[in-house]
Design a protein. Structure first.
Length: 369
């Protein structure tokens, strides 16, 4: 079938709105009509050409919501009409990772996902007869997309897709990093580096967890009001200090924070985030995605003396099991999504969403198909 899509034809180029062809779902696959999608910094990261897994031409997008149109052979967990959120972290329930009880990083479709194809090694997208790559197993920048069954969370059809699409990445990632990865407890001090969509969700999660100080750090002070509204007790700009920001935070917190979160993708900031943690027990969670060739550094002594470095993907959330419950929480107002939605735009203006992000003017733009 024909589908309007925003296609990334090459690194650093604006997306082009074209009509692509989408082939029917094969065995274990599902055709989804995307109604809404957020634009996450990871989409911009891949479009920039910095992603080692970035492929072109591709249909990007991984923060969407939609309705099942057709299911392929053997698909049992969803049927036409079901409302779904595509998952870039699948959940097959059977692989070594799913059954370990230790991680959400299902590997059932991860290898082919990273190569921009469906699990059988081929693409469902073509433009002018030539294949277009899938992205993150989701490709939500197309009105119609094909996902593996294991990459779909079935959600309450009463949930507003124009809001809960943000649970497809940003909000879930930030909340999950606090609750599942760090396991923040009442009274803990927390530092959040980067107050975009992810950082703001970390702030919301830290407040819900009963954190004492929640120190928001950003080089763009325009983000501070929203962070304070979500629960940040302090907002600081590293540019306002003539010493490293980790020293500032250590002084503010009598030795450092219990937990820090890097929500930018900057390896120098990752070092600051580790080093602002309290000696003996402070833990730093890396959420930000850094470009090809980048590496993190610190003195090993930082770890010898009890600080811990860990990472978090999709907030440690198992999508098919846990996302439906998070959608219910959002519907009950226990998870707030409205503060994240600073802009709404039609698909035709999707490049404006990237411009707003790069200018630091948006948290999330929701694209309406
Ligand atoms: P965003 O662009 O909305 O926010 C980034 C924020 O960082 C901005 O407010 C910006 O002003 C701030 N910033 C930039 N440089 C800074 C610096 N040197 N010091 C302090 N603040 C600085 O991005 P986002 O959508 O919130 O994504 C954040 C990061 O998280 C990206 O790297 C993205 O790829 C990654 N991400 C990871 C996961 C995961 O599962 N691990 C999920 C989603 C996003
Ligand atoms: N392709 C990059 C890595 C990108 C990455 O780390 N992605 C995060 C999700 S970002 C969502 O906005 C993730 O889930 N990682 C785990 C995984 O399996 O991809 C690279 O460096 O190659
Ligand atoms: Zn994302
Ligand atoms: Zn699995």
């Amino acid at each position: 079938m024909k589908s309007r899509a925003a296609v990334a034809f090459g690194p650093g180029q604006p997306l082009k709105i074209v009509e692509i062809d989408v082939a029917p779902p094969r065995a274990g696959e599902v055709l989804v009509r995307i109604t809404h999608t957020g634009v996450c910094h990871t989409d911009a990261f891949t479009l920039s050409g910095d992603d080692p897994e970035g492929l072109f031409p591709a249909v990007l997008g991984h923060e969407g919501g939609g309705v099942v149109v057709e299911v392929g052979e053997g698909v049992t967990s969803v049927q036409p009409g079901d409302h779904v959120i595509p998952l870039y972290t699948a959940e097959c329930g059977k692989c070594k990772f799913c059954t370990s009880g230790k991680t959400n990083l299902c590997q059932a479709v991860r290898a082919t996902q990273g190569k921009g194809v469906m699990p059988d090694g081929t693409s469902r997208f073509t433009y002018e007869g030539k294949p277009i790559f899938h992205y993150m197993g989701t490709s939500t920048f197309s009105e119609y997309t094909v996902c593996a069954e294991v990459s779909l969370a079935k959600i309450d059809p009463k949930a507003p897709l124009e809001k809960v699409c943000l649970l497809g990445c940003g909000v879930t990632t930030g909340l999950g990093a606090v609750h599942n990865t760090a396991k923040v407890k009442p009274g803990d001090n927390v530092a959040v580096f980067g107050l975009g969509g992810i950082g703001l969700a970390v702030v919301q999660g830290a407040k819900a967890a009963g954190a004492a100080r929640i120190i928001g750090v950003d080089t763009n002070p325009a983000k501070f009001d929203l962070a304070r509204a979500q629960g940040a007790t302090d907002t600081i700009n590293p540019k306002d200090y003539d010493k490293p920001i980790q020293e500032v935070i250590v002084e503010m917190t009598d030795g450092g924070v219990e937990f820090s979160f890097e929500c930018i993708g900057n390896v120098d900031v990752m070092r600051s985030a580790l080093e602002c943690c309290h000696k003996g027990w402070g833990e730093s969670v890396i959420i930000g995605v850094a470009g090809a060739g980048q590496e993190i550094r610190t003195r090993p002594f930082q770890l010898v003396t009890g600080r811990v470095w860990r990472g978090s993907a999709f907030g440690g959330v198992k999508g098919r099991t846990q996302l439906p419950g998070m959608v219910q929480q959002a519907m009950r107002g226990e998870i707030q999504l409205d503060p994240f939605i600073t802009h709404n735009l039609p698909l035709e203006q999707i490049n404006e969403a990237f411009d707003l992000m790069h200018r630091g003017e948006s948290i999330r733009t929701v694209i309406h198909f």
